[in-house]
Design a protein around this ligand. Structure first.
Ligand SMILES: *Cc1c(COP(=O)(O)O)cnc(C)c1O
Length: 372
């Protein structure tokens, strides 16, 4: 077997010459950051592409999450999911907020709205759900609960670039949505992120927060942070945006082939492809069920022995890390579905250039009974 390693993802890189043309312009006009021309151009282009009204770019998604919480002055307790990347809950701790973990729906692996209300206390100020793997949360149910209890909703939409639910971009739901443009994401700027804001006033406030709190040259009215995206990153984003549709199409083909090849494999369950009009195929999670001949970890190892690097996203749960495990809401009895998913899930390699032959090789390893 040809054994070029296959990683869970490969960064999406547009043609280098296109990028160097942008770099030459940076060298000419000597604006390196602080909301320069490429930064402004990328904000505008992303609004158009994503179908949203206002975007504030950031240097990464985590600083954007932290700033979104600052912008809405969130305090006390925030209800969130344990089934996510650690940055979701970390952004709460960085704001002195207590994360309150609520279990997920076993089918969508998103926060289960029917379990949110029981977790609300007098200290609850917001809900921070995640559109896990780019599958939209039940945004209507979540908004209804938020309205009833006067809570803000901040979506960690790091996986949801370009995802539409039935009523347009999923990023228009909640008070704010936060994107990540990290190298491993569907759309990347090497490092980067953004906050999708509903109106110009909110964007202005967020732009001040990400620039140390400067309102004008001599006025600083809050303790802002440095969350600015540089011109190099913004330029890369612009180049990449020209190729994003082809990249998403490539991912879709991978998703389709996996689904058809895995359809009849006993004990392997693919997540259902529902709840959205436009998907981004950002991940390809499978659940390794009881009737599969190997455990999830055995399959993970077997793939690794064949130079195929699947990832256990999300294992362990955030609530199992030392920083979080002593919270009341981290009690595993409270999080049975999340725990179950974290013990069954395996994200298979998916990226635009993954070849059909490679996909078949991966499925063959999964399909071959027993231990390697
Ligand atoms: C990637 C990711 C983040 C963090 O984004 P960075 O840009 O890497 O800081 C936050 N939440 C989720 C769910 C992510 O997948």
């Amino acid at each position: 077997m040809s054994d070029k390693p296959i990683y869970v993802t490969q960064p999406f890189l547009p043609p280098l010459e296109e990028f160097t043309a942008y770099l030459e312009r940076i060298w000419e006009n000597k604006t390196l950051t602080n909301g320069g021309p490429f930064h402004q151009q990328l904000e505008k282009a992303l609004c158009e592409y994503l179908g949203v009204n206002h975007i504030a770019l950031f240097n990464n998604g985590t600083i954007a999450l932290i700033t979104a919480l600052q912008a809405l002055k969130i305090k006390g307790e925030v209800i969130t999911t344990p089934y996510s990347f650690v940055a979701t809950a970390h952004s709460l701790l960085w704001n002195g907020i207590e994360p309150v973990f609520v279990d997920i729906d076993p089918n969508t692996l998103n926060l289960d709205p029917s379990k949110i209300e029981a977790a609300i206390t007098s200290k609850t100020t917001a809900i921070m759900p995640v559109h896990c793997y780019g599958h939209p949360c039940n945004v209507e149910a979540i908004q209804e609960i938020a309205d009833r209890h006067n809570l803000k909703v901040i979506y960690d939409a790091a996986h949801a670039f370009g995802v539409d639910c039935h009523c347009g971009s999923v990023l228009n739901h909640g008070d704010l949505s936060v994107l990540s443009f990290h190298a491993t994401k569907v759309f990347n700027t090497f490092e980067g992120g953004a906050i999708v804001c509903p109106d110009a006033k909110t964007k202005r406030h967020i732009d001040q927060l990400k620039n140390f709190g400067f309102v004008d040259e001599v006025t600083v009215d809050v303790a802002g942070i440095n969350g600015k995206m540089s011109e190099v990153n913004a330029a890369f984003g612009l180049v990449q945006l020209n190729h994003i549709d082809a990249a998403l199409d490539g991912r879709k083909k991978v998703d389709t082939l996996y689904r058809s090849l895995l359809k009849d494999v006993v004990g392997i369950k693919c997540l259902e492809d529902t709840g959205k009009k436009v998907a981004n195929y950002s991940y390809f999670p499978i659940l390794v069920e009881q009737d599969y001949p190997l455990t999830r970890d055995e399959l993970y190892q077997k793939l690794k022995d064949c130079n195929i690097y699947a990832r256990r996203y999300f294992y362990p749960l955030i609530s199992q890390f030392p920083t979080y495990k002593n919270l009341n809401s981290s009690n595993s009895k409270n999080l049975l579905n999340a725990l179950d998913a974290s013990e069954k899930v395996l994200c298979l390699p998916i990226y635009p250039d993954l070849e059909n032959g490679e996909i078949k090789k991966i499925v063959n390893v999964i399909n071959k009974d027993g231990k390697s």
